[in-house]
Design a protein around this ligand. Structure first.
Ligand code: 5GP
Ligand code: ZN
Length: 318
């Protein structure tokens, strides 16, 4: 019997995803990273004319930012907190003994005051809020960050650690709504240039608990979230590779962000899931980057030949 390997198995066999023995946590090879670098390039080009302010953050945020963001109200099941050893030498001795015996050893680990970033835009709002009232044009930020969500899964499209690039708009309701509408259209053009099939649909976030269902329903009713979905996994529904989110005054109120005339600011963000877009391209164009359509390769900033051994687009032979 000849059973076709799954997409996941194909990715592992080709060395593109490197298993680490934990579901949803992967290493990646040069092919994968070349695609990610190409996506970064293409996203920068797509946003260039808007002259966004660039912000880059480490993959963790201060605990007080995180607490105030309200994330634990909505998504406590995804959060990852950082802890480090806070004992003395006796404590270390005890810990090593516990480890050697295969016993729990975490009791001396204390919160490090840091939480893994769950979405790239979360560090942007407090940063903007600290500056005081916005200028009358509002703010537009290009942010890129490794994110963490504790949702182990066998699906290759659900990473626990993944990169999210976002354009974040803060301003009046009119500015923010126009931005999101514009980006839904631009997102479709972007996906068309990547040469992948897609649909855009209304969506909701996976809110926690019994109250979460109400939150999700209300988010859909108010059309606060759209996703650009691409078929990637066999036998499963399409995967959200981009999202277009309007938060109304949620972050404006949380961080007391104000427009020039003193009104509470509205916010929206456009998220590009880098790993998922890379997987979508591998799925639809194959694993040999040299054989991808010429126009797609040009859009990604690839040279004429992308050898499998390259680690980044910079190293690509022109
Ligand atoms: P959102 O905040 O809308 O949940 O996520 C923004 C984007 O990040 C999504 O559209 C998706 O592309 C990406 N993303 C969300 N969750 C995951 C995940 O579990 N794994 C990966 N690789 N990407 C994700
Ligand atoms: Zn966001």
């Amino acid at each position: 019997m000849n059973i076709e390997p799954t997409f996941r198995e194909q990715l592992i066999d080709a060395g593109i995803l490197i298993p680490l023995g934990v579901d949803g946590v992967w290493g990646r090879n040069g092919v994968f990273e070349a695609i990610c670098a190409g996506l970064e390039h293409a996203i920068s080009e797509a946003g260039l004319n808007d002259a966004p302010e660039v912000m880059r953050f480490p993959p963790a945020m201060p605990q007080d930012y995180f607490e105030k963001s309200g994330y634990m109200k909505n998504f406590p099941h995804f959060a990852g907190t950082i802890h480090s050893f806070d004992g003395d030498e006796r404590g270390q001795h005890k810990l090593l003994g516990q480890m050697a015996r295969g016993e729990p050893w975490m009791e001396q680990q204390q919160p490090a005051g840091l939480v893994l970033t769950p979405a790239a835009c979360y560090s942007v709002y407090p940063t903007l809020a600290r500056r005081g009232p916005l200028a009358n044009v509002g703010a537009l930020v290009d942010v890129y960050c490794w994110c963490f969500r504790h949702e182990p899964s066998l699906e290759p499209t659900r990473f626990q650690f993944f990169r999210m690039r976002e354009f974040v708009r803060v301003g009046t309701v009119a500015q923010v709504m126009a931005f999101r509408e514009d980006w839904v259209a631009r997102g479709k053009v972007f996906a068309t240039s990547l040469g992948i099939p897609f649909e855009v649909d209304i969506a909701n976030d996976p809110f926690f608990g019994r109250g979460g269902k109400l939150m999700a329903d209300s988010q859909r009713e108010q059309a606060l979230k759209f996703e650009l979905l691409v078929p990637i996994n066999e036998g499963a529904g399409p995967t959200a590779c981009m999202s277009f989110n309007y938060h109304m005054t949620h972050f404006g109120e949380t961080w007391d962000m104000r427009t020039e005339d003193g009104e509470v600011a509205h916010t929206a963000c456009i998220g590009f899931g880098i790993e998922r877009l890379a997987l979508a391209m591998l799925r639809h164009h194959g694993f040999d980057l040299d054989l991808w359509p010429v126009d797609v390769r040009a859009f990604m900033g690839f040279g004429t030949k992308v050898s499998k051994s390259v680690g980044s687009v910079d190293a690509v032979e022109a």
